[in-house]
Design a protein around this ligand. Structure first.
Ligand SMILES: *Cc1c(COP(=O)(O)O)cnc(C)c1O
Length: 364
C-alpha cells in the first residue's frame, strides 16, 4: 500500500523571468530569496491528508483565532538540494528528515505525515523550481518543509486541522566569511530545553526561546550562542541551531549524547558515521563547560566545530562567557574540522563515492 496522494499542479501565472532569476541566484545570501512555487497539503480529522497542491508561492489566509498563532503548534525541517557537476539534482538523506518530522509532530500532538508524502512534496517542489538551484561552490537550494495548526478555536487542545507546506530558497554560505571560525557566547542565564520538554523536536517555539540568548551573544560580540543544560547549567548541549563536536589531541571526538534535550541533527549523525568509518573514535558523552575551559587551556582540546544542514561544518574559534573568554586552536579552522567538512560535502555533491547510500536522486 502506498500513502502517496495527488499533488495538483496549478500553473504559476507570472513565473520569474530567467534573467531576473539568474541575478537573484548569483549571490543569494541565506533565506532572503524564495523560489516561485510552494507545495501545500492539508489535514483534517475527518479527511486525513488531502488537497495536495503545487502552486505559486503566496500568502496564507489565516483566521485570527488559528491555533498556531496562540499555542504554537508548528514544526519544521531544513534540508538542501544540490546540483552536481553532471547536472543531476540530489537530496541528502531525505528520509531522515521525514522521520524526524514525524517525531517532532508526535511531540507537538500533531498528525503524522506519511514519509512518502513528505518526500513527494519535497521532490515536486524541487522539480518545479529546479532552475532556482544555484550552481556555485557551497551553494544549494534550501528546502523548508513545515506544518502548522490552522483550526480557529481558542480552547487548549491539539488542533483539528493543519497545513503542511514546503518552500525553497536558493542559498550561498550561511556564515559570511566562509571557513573563518565563529565565536560563541556561553549563555548562563538562558537555557534552550529541559528534560521532558521539546528540545529534541524541531519546533519554532525552541527558536523563539533561543532568540533572547542569541541577542545576548550578538551584544557580547559573538556570532552564536551555545547552551548549557537546564538542570545543572553545567553540561554543554548545542548551539541555537547546530550540534557541537570537540576534537582532542589523541584524535578522539566527543559530542553531547541525545538525551532528549538536544536536537538529533542529521549532520551530527553523518559526521559520527563518517568519522567512525575513517577509524576515529567518537564518544557521545556529556562534556562540561568547566572541562571545555580546562581542556582549551591545557591544549588537550585541539578543535571545536558546530554542524547543521544550513551552516554545514563551522569551526568554533572563540568562546566568551560572563567571566572571560578563551580560544581553541589559535582561532584557526582545524585539520579534522576541514577533513570532515570536505568528506561530507563531497558526498552531498557527488564528488566522492556514496559509500553510505546517503544520496537521493531527484528525477527532474
Ligand atoms: C536543525 C537543528 C540542528 C541541525 O540538524 P541537521 O539535521 O544537522 O540540520 C541542530 N540543532 C537544532 C536546535 C536544530 O534545530
Amino acid at each position: 500500500m502506498t500513502a502517496k496522494i495527488d499533488i495538483r499542479h496549478i500553473p504559476h501565472a507570472t513565473p520569474t523571468p530567467a534573467d531576473v532569476r539568474a541575478k537573484l541566484i548569483a549571490d543569494p545570501g541565506f533565506g532572503k530569496i524564495f523560489t516561485d512555487h510552494m507545495v501545500t497539503v492539508r489535514w483534517s480529522a475527518d479527511k486525513g491528508w488531502h488537497d495536495g497542491q503545487l502552486r505559486a508561492r503566496e500568502a496564507f489566509t489565516l483566521d485570527p483565532a488559528a491555533a498556531v498563532l496562540h499555542y504554537a503548534q508548528e514544526i519544521f525541517e531544513g534540508m538542501k538540494a544540490y546540483r552536481t557537476p553532471d547536472g543531476e539534482v540530489l537530496l541528502f538523506r531525505p528520509l531522515e528528515n521525514a522521520r524526524r518530522f514525524n517525531r517532532s509532530a508526535e511531540r507537538m500532538a500533531m498528525p503524522a505525515l506519511p514519509e512518502e508524502i513528505f518526500l513527494q512534496a519535497v521532490e515536486a517542489l524541487v522539480r518545479a523550481d529546479v532552475d532556482w538551484i544555484p550552481g556555485g561552490d557551497g551553494a544549494s537550494l534550501y528546502l523548508r518543509p513545515f506544518m502548522f495548526a490552522d483550526e480557529s478555536f481558542l480552547g487548549v487542545k491539539p488542533a483539528g486541522s493543519y497545513v503542511f507546506c514546503v518552500i525553497a530558497c536558493p542559498v550561498g554560505a550561511y556564515f559570511k566569511g566562509g571557513a573563518k571560525p565563529v565565536s560563541v557566547w556561553a549563555s548562563q542565564d538562558y537555557t534552550r530545553a529541559a528534560a521532558g520538554g521539546t528540545g529534541a523536536a524541531k519546533c519554532g517555539g525552541n527558536y523563539a526561546a533561543s532568540l533572547i540568548a542569541q541577542a545576548e551573544a550578538i551584544r557580547n560580540g559573538c556570532d552564536q550562542v551555545v547552551f548549557l543544560d537546564a538542570a545543572e547549567k553545567k553540561w554543554v548541549e548545542e548551539l541555537g541551531g547546530m550540534n557541537v563536536f570537540f576534537v582532542f589531541d589523541d584524535g578522539t571526538l566527543q559530542t553531547p549524547p541525545l538525551t532528549g534535550t538536544i536536537l538529533p541533527g542529521i549532520t551530527r549523525d553523518s559526521i559520527i558515521k563518517l568519522a567512525r568509518a575513517d577509524g576515529m573514535i567518537v564518544n557521545e558523552t556529556p562534556y562540561s563547560f568547566a572541562q571545555w575551559q580546562a581542556d582549551a587551556a591545557s591544549g588537550r582540546l585541539r578543535e571545536v566545530f558546530a554542524c547543521g544542514t544550513a551552516a554545514v561544518v563551522s569551526a568554533i574559534g572563540t568562546v566568551r562567557h560572563k567571566e572571560g573568554s578563551f580560544t581553541i586552536g589559535g582561532g584557526e579552522d582545524g585539520e579534522i574540522t576541514r577533513t570532515l567538512r570536505a568528506r561530507l560535502t563531497a558526498i552531498q555533491r557527488a564528488q566522492a563515492p556514496d559509500t553510505m547510500g546517503w544520496r537521493h536522486k531527484v528525477v527532474v
